[in-house]
Each structure stands twice: as C-alpha cells, then as structure tokens.
Design a protein around this ligand. Structure first.
Ligand code: UTP
Length: 352
C-alpha cells in the first residue's frame, strides 16, 4: 500500500502563522506536522509516500522531509487548489494499481492508522473511512451507517444522519481513481473526496466505516496547534542531554545536547531543541521550544515557540502562546497582567 498526503492547501484558517510558511511545516512537539504524519504512516508499514504540493508549498515541505530515514517520498504537483478530490487525483499515475491510504497532513491520531490499514487488508473493500464521534456534525462530512457499511456520506448536513464525522484517513483500492476522474465540482466549486466515495457506494462497492480509537486532532486553526502540542507531549519520555547549571528540572524533559539551562526551573513535559539557551527563566508544562531560541528572565508555559526566537525580560508569564520563526518578545518596565499572543514569523512585540 502507498500513501498520499495532501499538503498543497493555503492554510488560511491558520493565519497569521501561514503567511510565511505552509501549515504542514509548522512545528508541534518538536517536529513539523507533516513529519508526525509520515511517522504515523511508517508505523503502519507504509513506506511509499506521495506528498501533494503546490508551487508555493513545495520548497518548504521538501526541506522539512528531506532527511527522513526509511521512506521513499514522491512529490505530486497540484497546479490549482481545486479541493481534496482533485489533490488525490494528482497521485493517480504514481499509485498505479496499488491500494492507497490518503492521510490529511494536518491530522494527528493518538493510535495511528494501523487499525484502518489492517481492516482494509483483511476485508478488501473498496474503501475504509475513519470516523469520529463529534458533538457538532453539521460542520463535517457525516456518515450514515448500516452495520459497518457506510450507505451515505453528506458534507456539512443541515440534518445530520449521525454524529459520526469523517476524520482525515481513508484507505482506498485503485477504484477510487475511476470515480475521481469523473467528478464534477460541488456547489462550493471544489472536487470533493466525499462525492467520489459516494459514487463508490452508489456503484454497489463496499465502503466501511471504522471509528477512531484514542484522540484525534485536526490542526486547522492556531489554537489547535497548542492542543496538538499538549496531546503529543502527554506521552513524552524525558531525555536530558544538554547542560543543566544551577537549575531544577522535574517531569519529563527533553533537552537537546547543545541546549543550556542556567539558573532556571523547568517543569515537564517540555521539549527543548538544539542550541536553546534558558536563563533565569521558568519553563512550564506542555511547552515546545525550537532550536536556537533564547528565553531569559521570562516565564513560558503551555506554548509552542519556534526556532530562533527571543523571549526576554518579560515578567508576565507567557501562556498558550504561539511564536513563529525568529519572533521576539521583549519586556520593559511596565508590564500588563496577562499576555495571549499568536505571532507569525519574525514578529516583534516590545512591552516597554
Ligand atoms: P484543509 O482545507 O483543511 O486545509 O485541507 P487548507 O486548505 O490548507 O486550510 P484552509 O482551509 O485554507 O485553512 C485538508 C488538507 O488537504 C490539503 C491541505 O493542504 C490540507 O493538508 N489540500 C486541500 C490539498 O492538498 N489540495 C487542495 O486542493 C485542498
């Protein structure tokens, strides 16, 4: 089985973080989102991975995945953003007569995708679709089931037939491509993968639904990154390799070899990258700090700080913050009580 990761989208809901970089390369728990996706596929035994990119997303995505061991990666160009169905169709020739797992690059699954692949290989249906129970099915593609078989899929229904929404993993036989080439754009002008799946069902093929076990996170908006980071760090195992000088570390902390912590307190789970300097600071639980960042005279918790940032002389704790590449938060004398920040790359906040 091969896999396709659609990663050509604009990530408009993730702005401002996606003004300068595509969503799949944003970091959570120390790695780009797309690297988490690839590792999930590798864990399910899938090593041939096609990543759908656009002219805009390709260079950053390529850079983010270039050093991954084991996998064989193919880049599939999508010249225009015409929807998920169209994105998957870009992989038609490359997939050939193989089966394919489509994995939305911005989704995270606690238990991975192995169980969906296993069901697909055991039952040999035309498709297995991952489903997740949601409170607000009107906002999703929703499945109507008869036993394990999906009999109808509806996009964002007014009257939902169930609370089972389509999550971001699908396993398909190559028959899906026969439906994708025949697709017409939907009312919103996109080629919908759900329409192609419905066509499989209408053609009498077996499409199975399987409920996701454990948590599932779709990282569409900035606050989703904080939540995804939290979920991923929950299972963090500590590994302190860097220098710890007159500091206290508790809970699971990953401290990269060239990182330095001086006169500070760190409460894990926390992930601290190469070359990071933490001085006279407090780093609280569920924080990820990217390589080369400096945190000095400041307190940070429950936040995702990208590479080469500076957080300095800030007496108010930074909490639930997202800082893009090389963002700077520098304090002065008069400090407000709380700060809740979402900063895109190279932003500067001066609290003087
Ligand atoms: P989304 O619609 O959730 O992501 O598509 P997006 O387009 O990046 O974000 P918004 O809606 O503008 O905020 C789910 C996945 O499918 C890919 C996206 O890159 C994302 O990983 N996708 C979507 C494509 O590759 N091509 C498309 O035409 C549409």
């Amino acid at each position: 089985m091969k896999a396709i990761i659609p990663a050509a989208g604009f990530g408009t809901r993730m702005r401002p973080l996606t003004f300068t970089r595509p969503k799949p390369v944003l970091n959570v728990a120390g790695k780009p989102i797309i690297v988490h996706a690839i590792e999930t596929l590798v864990a399910a035994g899938i090593l041939d991975i096609g990543i759908v990119v656009s002219e805009i997303t390709r260079p950053a995505v390529q850079q983010a995945v270039e050093e991954l061991p084991e996998v064989r990666i193919e880049f599939l160009d999508q010249p225009e953003m015409l929807g998920l169905g169209h994105a998957v169709l870009m992989g038609r020739e490359w997939v050939g007569q193989d089966d394919v797992c489509v994995y939305l690059g911005d989704n995270l699954f606690q238990k991975g995708v192995g169980s969906f692949v296993e069901t697909f290989q055991r039952e040999q249906p035309a498709a297995v679709i991952a489903l997740v129970e949601v409170e607000n099915p009107k906002a999703f593609g929703v499945a109507e089931l008869d036993g394990q078989r999906i009999v109808r899929l509806v996009e964002k229904p007014q009257v939902p037939p169930s609370h089972l929404a389509v999550a971001g993993v699908y396993c398909f036989s190559p028959a899906i491509f026969d439906e994708l080439v025949r697709l017409k754009p939907s009312a919103r002008g996109e080629y919908e993968i759900t329409d192609a799946i419905q066509a499989l069902i209408d053609g009498g093929r077996t499409v199975l639904g399987q409920t996701v076990e454990g948590w599932w996170k779709d990282t569409g908006q900035p606050r989703d990154l904080i939540e995804a980071n939290h979920l991923l760090l929950e299972k963090l195992e500590g590994n302190v390799q860097g220098q710890v000088i007159e500091s206290r570390l508790s809970g699971p902390v990953v401290l990269a070899r060239s990182a330095v912590v001086r006169n500070s307190k760190i409460v894990g789970p926390a992930m601290i990258g190469e070359g990071v300097v933490i001085e006279d600071a407090y780093i609280g639980p569920f924080t990820s700090i990217g390589a080369g960042t400096v945190i000095r005279h400041a307190e940070v918790e429950h936040s995702v700080i990208e590479r080469e940032c500076v957080v300095e002389n800030v007496e108010t704790r930074l909490q639930d913050c997202l800082l893009g590449l090389r963002a700077v938060v520098r304090g002065g004398r008069r400090i407000p009580k709380t700060l809740k920040l979402t900063l895109s790359d190279e932003s500067i906040v001066e609290l003087t």
